[in-house]
Ligand binder design. Structure first.
Ligand code: G3P
Ligand code: MG
Length: 247
């Protein structure tokens, strides 16, 4: 099927090369690029003072040496945290990236990016607004736009209002029988579905509706082979070289 853009190789580095470097850090993004990934996914959320940072969890505890909710601390404090040593002492000194750092890196290296809007509780509106506005300040209009995704329908709806021309992916963990309603509401054009919920029939159904399908997060070569044979358009992966070298 004709895609609005290409996933070649059909691999999206999940939080960077997050199997081999601390997730959502510049080290993980650099490694993903070195491994040959063209697409990189990352999670965007806001500090207390509204600065867009790259982090998966709502709390600092797992991926930094800080503690407590991200939404309770300012950027001035979060930017001093160590975001590498939890993963491996070799990465001591890695910092929590500002969204702008990632955007500039992607632009410098001609990478395609998937910004997942990952709001802390109650912050969907502000997180979507800041992500879209900050990105549009940096991202040139003549470069292929970022793919915006979210599990959060409000965040996607706001993204659609602010940048209707940027592609949006609806993230689902499980199959949702009401997918057509949600896609219409968010004007999303792709579905990013949990790998276990994908079947050949569902891929065919979505393709018939003109919707590309990305599978997250696969990390199994036999499963990836099956999904790609069934027509999945891309697979999220923690160690991109593992699959890229087989394609
Ligand atoms: O975008 C795919 C994947 O990142 C969604 O789940 O929890 O890893 O952000 P999560
Ligand atoms: Mg994510």
């Amino acid at each position: 099927m004709a895609l609005p853009f290409s996933f070649r190789p059909p691999v999206i580095a999940h939080r960077g090369a997050s199997a081999l470097a601390p997730e959502n850090t510049m080290a993980a993004f650099r490694l993903a690029r070195e491994q040959g990934a063209v697409w990189i996914e990352t999670d965007v959320k806001l500090t207390r003072d509204g600065v867009p940072i790259l982090m998966h969890d709502d709390t600092l505890d797992r991926t930094t040496d800080g503690k407590g909710p991200v939404a309770a601390q300012d950027w001035a404090d979060i930017k001093k945290l160590d975001a590498g040593s939890w993963f491996d002492p070799a990465f001591t000194g890695e910092r929590v990236p500002h969204l702008a750092d990632f955007l500039r890196f992607a632009l410098d290296h001609n990478l395609r990016i998937n910004l997942e809007i990952k709001p802390c509780p109650g912050r969907a509106r502000s997180t979507a607004m800041v992500t879209l506005i900050e990105t549009s300040k940096i991202w040139p209009a003549d470069v292929l736009p970022p793919l915006i995704s979210s599990f959060d329908v409000e965040a996607l709806t706001i993204a659609a209002q602010l940048h209707p021309e940027w592609p949006r992916g609806l993230l689902l963990e499980e199959w949702d029988e009401n997918w057509q309603d949600v896609m219409a509401k968010t004007q999303a054009s792709l579905i990013h579905l949990g790998s276990d919920a994908l079947t050949q029939e569902r891929i065919a159904l979505l393709h018939k509706a003109g919707i590309p399908v990305l599978a997250h997060t696969v990390n199994s070569l036999p499963r990836a082979q099956e999904l790609l044979q069934q027509g999945a358009d891309g697979v999220f992966w923690d160690n991109p070289s593992e699959i890229i070298k087989t394609l």
